[in-house]
Each structure stands twice: as C-alpha cells, then as structure tokens.
Design a binder for this molecule. Structure first.
Ligand code: AKB
Length: 324
C-alpha cells in the first residue's frame, strides 16, 4: 500500500470508533476514511468530517456495497456487543460478533481487502486462566458469550490470515477508559461512568466490589496500540490476531481514591450486580511482552496521568454541553 489506504470503520459511533475514526481521518485524509454504523451518527465531529454510511454487519450486502463503492482496502472492524449486554442477550452477541465478523471477513476475501483490524478482549480468558500476569499463550475457556465469540473470532481471523492470505491483526484489549463517547454494555464501563458521576454529583454507586482489580488502558494508548500494530513490519509478527496488551491494573476503590485526590468530597459506594461474576472470571494483570517485542508496544498513560487528563476532558465536555 504505497498511496493512502482506503479505510472502512465498522461500529464508528462506538467508544473506540468515535475517536479512532477522527485520528485515521487526520492521518490519512478525511475522504479516505468511511465511518459506518448501524445507526446514524449524532456526533457532528464524526458526521461532518468525512463520509458516513449505514452498515449493519449482520447484513452482508450493506458491507459489500460500501466496500465496493469506496474501493476499500483496509477495515477496522469495531462493531460488537460487549460482555454485559452479551450476557443479557447471548443470541444477539453471537449474531453480531460471529455472523457479523464472518460477513466482514467474507467481503474482505472476495473484494481483496489487504488488511483488517480485529479487537479482541481480556474476555477470552476465564476462571481457569492464571489471573496474575496472564500469559500470551494460556487457557482460553471463557464463561461469557462475549468471551466465547472473541475466542472464536481470534481463531476465525487467524484462519483467514493463514489459509486465505488476509493480513488480519488483532489486540486483546483490557477495559478502555475514555471521555468522548460513553461505552455501552461492558463490565469495565464503571471506570468511565465514575468520572462523569464524580464531576457532576460527587457520588457514584459502582456495580463491582471495591477490590475487583482489572487491567485497563486510556483511549490515547488504545489508539496508539491499534495504529502501531497496523503499521508493524509483518516479518516481525509471530502472533497475529491475539496480542495481549495492557497499561495498568486498578480496582474501583483504587480508582475512586485517585479521583478523590482531585475531588476530595467524592464518595463511592458499592452495589455489585451480575457483572461481578463476569469481572471475577477475568485477569488481574496481563503479560504483554509479546506485543512489546514484536511491534514495540509501550503505553504512555499510567493511572495518575490518566485520571488528571480524564477529569480535565470530562469537565470541559460537561461545561461545553451546558453552554453549547
Ligand atoms: C467489556 O467490559 O465488555 C469490554 C472488554 C473488556 O472487552 N470493555
């Protein structure tokens, strides 16, 4: 790919898509990055900075039409149902995460798309996986439908890479913390909600126990990891679709304490619900040495730096919403 890639982003209105799309447009030119989602974009930044098309990944013809029309050669396939929604509607999770992925892969194969990004998750791990410093190569026996679809997705992507020559690359993301678009239906969503609640009400009721340590990452690092892996020299990649990555691990109580350093009267209470069982099946900390060795992965934000930046961004966003 010598000229600028022609990119399609599925799930562009979601937590990662809404930010990654803008960075890709900045990097490769607005006209070269087609944002797609099954609902119309409400964010003017997403809608007005480049092409936007309606695509429902469970309907293959909608993907096919956009790939053909825009001569797409690179896909970032972000459309997915996350862990908590997946437990409430496992049929939908299977349909979107497996049938949707299969549709994207088949269109990519038929239209000779060169490269595809696939976000996997720490949800591929399960209660039998070592929870501390979880290795790259380990037991993958998730108990959630979301985790099952992510393990199958990794394997399906690896099949298309090995058998059919599609250059698929994927990352097992931890919980992603960000300010632009609220996540929806995940178990790690508390780590975003807590900031909005702290700034607006000085109070948050967390749906996980205070001591539930999970791996996390701030959005700028999520975008950096995605771009770095997609730009990596393929001859250095021993893995393909399943890189462990992490930035820091934190529990709700530790995150609340870090926020209290900036908002001393912030109070966090705990009322664990069905999402606790999901979190209890996931790792505490992750070994991401393969990503570090094979494509130079290195996060920039630790917990304190993320909290400072998040509070600044959330305050700016909320005051703009009040004024604008
Ligand atoms: C979720 O909580 O479901 C996601 C994930 C860790 O993949 N954020």
């Amino acid at each position: 790919m010598c000229s600028s890639p022609r990119i399609l982003v599925t799930g562009a209105c979601g937590q990662i898509g809404s930010e990654l799309t803008l960075v890709l447009r900045e990097k490769y030119g607005s006209e070269n990055v087609v944002a797609t989602d099954r609902r119309t974009a409400t964010s003017p930044r997403l809608r007005d900075t480049g092409p936007f098309e309606l695509v429902d990944v469970t309907r293959r013809e909608t993907i096919q039409a956009v790939v053909t029309r825009y001569k797409i050669d690179t896909i970032y396939h972000l459309a997915a149902i996350l862990s908590a929604t997946g437990e409430q509607n496992p049929q939908l999770a299977w349909d979107v995460n497996i049938n949707g992925l299969y549709n994207v892969l088949e269109v990519a194969r038929q239209e000779e798309v060169a490269r595809l990004f696939y976000p996997s998750s720490i949800a591929v791990f399960g209660p039998e996986t070592p929870r501390d410093n979880t290795p790259q190569e380990t037991i993958l026996r998730p108990r959630t439908m979301y985790g099952i679809t992510k393990v199958a997705g990794e394997l399906l992507c690896a099949y298309y890479a090995r058998r059919l020559g599609l250059d698929v690359r994927g990352i097992r993301f931890p919980g992603i913390i960000s300010s632009e678009t609220l996540p929806g239906g995940g178990t790690t969503d508390y780590a975003v909600e807590i900031f909005y609640a702290a700034v607006t009400h000085r109070h948050y009721t967390c749906f996980l126990r205070p001591d539930t340590v999970l791996p996390m990452m701030y959005m700028p690092d999520c975008i950096k990891a995605t771009l770095d892996l997609m730009a990596a020299d393929p001859s250095r990649l021993k893995h393909r679709t399943d890189f462990n990555v992490t930035a820091f691990s934190v529990s709700p109580a530790e995150l609340a304490a870090e926020i209290q350093k900036h908002i001393p009267d912030f109070v966090c209470k705990y009322e664990p619900d069905y999402r606790q069982a999901i979190a209890d099946s996931w790792p505490h900390t992750i070994d991401d040495s393969a990503a570090r060795e094979e494509w130079g992965w290195q996060p920039e934000y630790d917990l304190p730096a993320m909290v400072v930046d998040m509070l600044e961004k959330v305050r700016a966003k909320l005051s703009c919403e009040l004024v604008c």
